[in-house]
Design a protein around this ligand. Structure first.
Ligand code: AMP
Length: 213
């Protein structure tokens, strides 16, 4: 199964992708996580990506594409994967389609997790993440068992710098301009499935699983 998670920043793509990874045993490939790891390790890519991420802008396609296509050729991707945060532009989607077509493959499901903008801003202010393993929580809707600590690895949770209200507004503008057109792109390919992302994490997960049948 090759799956793409679409939706605005903070719609819950990452949380759902993580749950799907456990159930279907295919890797979650999050470009945001890859960039953040590079930033933590102070790599050249990390330094370049940080300047865009901090402003709420997309990292340029030329820094993103090879990274992802290379990752998809990994042994652990042979039975499928969940792309979380990629593609985010039409050129990225076209490059992915072309790379898959070369191997006679295609995306099976593009899941659009729909959440209205005003809801997103509210959600992002309460989002907390684990800087070590990437697990995400919410101070009201998806609390860790022990306040402020990651359930998976016990690390102290933090708020992402780009989750500040001003940067979130910018990321939403960028989302509507550059990423939302992918919904039509995948609808035309016949693999788009929209789910209502405003419901509880478990309800959204049930709906996504029913899409796979
Ligand atoms: P995310 O964790 O998916 O919200 O990504 C955090 C940030 O990383 C985004 O706001 C972008 O700056 C950058 N980013 C993640 N994925 C991509 C992508 N596919 N193309 C360009 N920039 C990306």
């Amino acid at each position: 199964m090759k799956i793409i998670m679409l939706g605005a920043p903070g719609a819950g793509k990452g949380t759902q992708a993580r749950m799907m990874t456990e159930k279907y045993e295919i890797p979650q490939i999050s470009t945001g996580d890859i960039f953040r790891e590079n930033i933590r390790n102070q790599t050249e890519l990390g330094k370049k990506a940080k300047s865009y991420i901090d402003q709420g802008l997309l990292v340029p396609d030329e820094l993103t594409l090879d990274l992802v296509l290379d990752r998809l050729s990994g042994e652990d991707c042979k039975d499928g994967y969940i792309l979380d945060g990629f593609p985010r532009t039409i050129p990225q989607a076209e490059a992915l389609t072309a790379a898959l077509e070369e191997k006679g493959e295609k995306i099976d499901f593009a899941i659009d997790v729909e959440v209205p903008d005003d809801n997103i801003v509210q959600r992002m202010s309460g989002r907390r993440v684990c800087p070590k393993c990437g697990a995400t929580y919410h101070i009201r809707y998806n609390m860790p068992e022990k306040e402020g600590l990651c359930d998976e690895c016990g690390t102290e949770l933090i708020q992402r710098e780009d989750d500040s209200p001003k940067t979130v507004q910018k990321r939403l503008v960028v989302y509507h301009e550059q990423t939302q057109p992918l919904i039509d792109y995948y609808r035309r390919k016949g693999c788009l499935y929209a789910v209502d992302g405003t419901r509880s994490t478990d309800e959204v997960f049930q709906e996504i699983c029913s899409v796979f049948g």
